[in-house]
Structures are given as C-alpha cells and as structure tokens.
Design a binder for this molecule. Structure first.
Ligand SMILES: Cc1cc2nc3c(=O)[nH]c(=O)nc-3n(C[C@H](O)[C@H](O)[C@H](O)COP(=O)(O)OP(=O)(O)OC[C@H]3O[C@@H](n4cnc5c(N)ncnc54)[C@H](O)[C@@H]3O)c2cc1C
Length: 406
C-alpha cells in the first residue's frame, strides 16, 4: 500500500486525504493546531465542482451542505433596491465542510498538534520531518498547509503572498439577533451594497450547529475596504503597540478601530447591512492577499489549495479550487501507478494554468477595491467590475472558461 503524509488538516488537506484514502493509500494527516479547528473562517460559496469532489471524497450525498438562495440583490445606502439577479446557489460554511470531511475519514488518520518542519527525499521515498523531532517515511508528501505554507517556502523561497491594497471586514450574526426589517432584507438573498470603492456582500449560512431551518441560521458578510499599507499597519497594531504583520487576532483589534468600522458602516451601508455590522461579535478583518506559484510538484512532494495559489475571494473559488486540486492529484496518481514523481508532474501540468488564470480573474474582479490602481489594465478592470449588474453577475461565480471537469 503506498503511503502519503498530508500536511494541513483544513479543507484542502482533508479533501486530499479522503480521496487518497479511498484510492487505497495509507494516509496520515498532520495538523499543527492541537485543539479543534472548527469556528475559524466563515461562509463559503459552493459550486457544482465542489459537490462532485465531496461525493468522490466519500461525503454522503444526503448530508445537507448549506442554505439555498434563489438570487441576488443590491441595496443602495438608503436601503432601496438598485438591482436583482436570479442565481440559485447553496451557501455553506467552513465549519460545516470541515465536519463533513472529518466524519468521512477514519479518525485515527488525523494527528492534531503535529507540525511539519520539512522534507528530504531520495530515489526510494520521502521523509517528512516533524517539529517534535519524529520522522515519517512515505511515498509522497502533500503540502496543504495554507497561505504561509512551510513546504512551499522550502521549495520556492521567493514565492510569498502579497497584500493587494484592501482588506475584508468579516463576521456572522445569528438571524435571531437581527430586526425583522434586516432579516427580510438580507436572509433570502445573496445581497450586496456598493459604496464608492468598496463592496459589501453577505449571504445566509447554517447556524453554529449546522442548523438550516429558518430562525436558526446565521448571516455571513464580507466587507471589502481599501487600505494602503500604512493604514493597514495602524489597524494591525494592538493596544500594547505590537504590530501583527501576519494578521491580528480578533480579540487584539483595538476598540477604537472596531468603533471606526461600525461608524463607517452606519454612514455608508444600507440600514440592514449597517445593523449587521453593529450586531457582529466578534467583528474582525483580514488583509486580502494573492499569490501565484511557478511550480506545484517537487519530486515526491506537491502543494495544493492555498499553499499553492491564493486567489482573492471574489470568485468564491478557494475551496472549490482546493477540491479540484485534490481530485486532479488522485486522478494523476491513478494514471501513473508506482510513479509518484511522474504523477505529480502530470498533476502540476493540469493545475498550474488553472491556478494562474483564477488568480488573474480575481485580480480583475478586485481592482475596483484597491487603494491604488497601478496599471491601465487595473484601471480598466476597475471600471468594468464596478456596476451592480457586473458585480452581481461575476462575484462568487465559477468562471466557466476555467472550469475543469472533475
Ligand atoms: C475574506 C475571505 C473570504 C473567502 N471566501 C471564500 C468563499 O466564499 N469560498 C471559498 O471557496 N473560499 C473562500 N475563501 C478562501 C478559502 O478560505 C481558502 O481558499 C481555503 O480555506 C483554503 O484552504 P486550505 O486548506 O488550502 O488552507 P488553510 O485553510 O489555510 O489550511 C491550512 C492548514 O494547514 C495547517 N498548517 C500550516 N502549517 C502547518 C505545518 N507546518 N504543519 C502542520 N499543519 C500546518 C494550518 O493550521 C491549517 O489548518 C475566502 C478567503 C478569505 C480571506
């Protein structure tokens, strides 16, 4: 039985682990976080390719994945409707997907609190070195270790995510905490509000315990706002003066920074969205970054998901891309029995162009929010994707030209 060590027990890691396990591999998942991961992240938009990957990964088809909506709506700052767009979609959450994927995998395969420190390889195999000093010998190591992947850095030291000039305020609010007016304006829709140079979007997701019944669901939002690097540095500095360059933990965000955001919401967003931001606890932000890598395969080691390509969130494709990576990996291995390096080269040849194209597509969708637009292409994209019609048509939609069959 061939052996695979997967580094990272988030969505990309569990998708790959499930697919490899079902293809007859002996799999170990090393997740450096010791406690439960549930609760991190918030809403996730689904696409047909994600459902197909979940099916192949062994998630029961009857398991409810999320909350359906029939279409999209855009509100002006005064709460009036400036446009609608019919687009049925299922919205889920990071924690729901994580739970489904974890339940599909035999529990003894996941080692929580186990951090990878590096790999070394020879003609016969690959050794994963763990931070606690232990080694694990395998035929393949899969780096699903996210945005700051140490396996990527080990092989591609120059490739690092870049801040793109805007951030996303995020949060989820139980629908029961919203006024009847805000609930009616938001819960049935994938909703938008588009203040100049900004974008607020939100959609319903399941409740904290995966409830999908009306009354128990939550509303998830992402509010993009420009911030140049100096403004970002100020926001990421805590009350003790410490600067959190890699992202400030929500409890460390200064009260005056939170108050400024809630105040800006009242001044610029529709009443329902402003109420949502006000009711959100914890309200937090993430700097938006992107990254394109020149390689995904390194002998018997590969990287996938956010470890390889970090796509700005606008196409809502991060998890679907990770799922398609995992499916492509399993397919390449099945097509090259006994030849892991050959399989990984084939996997790389299939997924590199898709990752690059997605990063580029998301850059065009996001140009409108950037604090500075540097090139004529960015300025043209900003013009093209600023209207309510264009935003509703293109946001969180799988770009068809890029879709690869799973
Ligand atoms: C504002 C925002 C909105 C988004 N909205 C969407 C959306 O609507 N739809 C969507 O599909 N995507 C969305 N995304 C993107 C999505 O969250 C990611 O693409 C997706 O979670 C990628 O998962 P991953 O498993 O590759 O990485 P991660 O979730 O980052 O997981 C990496 C894992 O590796 C572990 N790890 C790291 N280093 C080590 C190590 N050395 N040893 C062991 N373990 C390690 C980490 O603890 C972590 O659990 C959004 C992102 C942002 C920022």
């Amino acid at each position: 039985m061939p052996r695979a060590a997967v580094v990272g027990g988030s969505l990309a890691g569990l998708l790959a682990a499930n697919l490899l396990h079902r293809a007859g591999w002996a799999v170990t998942v090393h997740e450096r976080t010791a406690g439960p991961l549930a609760g991190r992240g918030a809403g996730i938009v689904t696409h047909p390719a994600l459902f197909e990957a979940l099916r192949l990964a062994g998630v029961p088809e009857a398991a409810p994945v999320g909350v359906p909506v029939a279409g999209r709506i855009t509100y002006a700052a005064d709460g009036s409707v400036v446009g609608t767009w019919p687009l049925p979609q299922v919205l889920t959450s990071w924690s729901r997907l994580h739970r489904l994927l974890l339940e599909a995998l035999p529990p003894h395969l996941v080692r929580a609190g186990s951090a990878a420190a590096g790999v070394s390889q020879d003609a016969a195999g690959i050794t994963l070195h763990l931070a606690d000093g232990a080694d694990e010998r395998a035929d393949m190591v899969v780096g699903a270790d996210g945005l700051r992947s140490s396996l990527r850095t080990a092989h591609l030291p120059a490739a690092a995510p870049e801040y793109v000039g805007y951030l996303a305020w995020r949060g989820v609010v139980p629908e029961a905490r919203l006024s009847p007016a805000a609930r009616a304006a938001l819960m049935p829709f994938f909703a938008f509000c588009l203040p100049p140079g900004e974008q607020m979007l939100g959609y319903p997701v399941a409740g904290a315990a995966d409830e999908v019944e009306p009354g128990l669901r939550r509303f998830n939002f992402v509010w993009y706002r420009p911030a140049d690097p100096e403004a970002l540095a100020r926001l990421q500095t805590d009350a003790a003066g410490a600067h959190h360059a890699d992202g400030i933990p929500p409890p460390r965000i200064r009260p005056e920074v939170l108050a400024e955001a809630r105040d800006a919401a009242r001044r610029t967003l529709s009443p329902a969205f402003a109420e949502l931001v006000d009711a959100t606890e914890p309200l937090f932000f993430q700097p938006i970054q992107d990254l394109a890598v020149p390689r995904m395969a390194f002998g018997r080691c590969c990287i996938l998901g956010d470890a390889a390509f970090v796509v700005r969130p606008h196409p809502g494709m991060g998890v679907t891309k990770a799922a398609e990576d995992a499916v492509a990996l399993a397919r390449a291995l099945a097509g090259h029995p006994g030849d892991v390096p050959g399989a990984l080269r084939s996997f790389e040849a299939e997924r590199l162009p898709v990752g690059r194209a997605l990063v580029e597509h998301a850059r065009r969708l996001g140009a409108y929010m950037q604090a500075h637009r540097r090139t004529p292409e960015e300025r043209a994209a900003a013009e093209r994707f600023r209207t309510p019609a264009a935003v509703m048509r293109e946001t969180a939609v799988a770009p068809t030209a890029l879709a690869t069959p799973v």
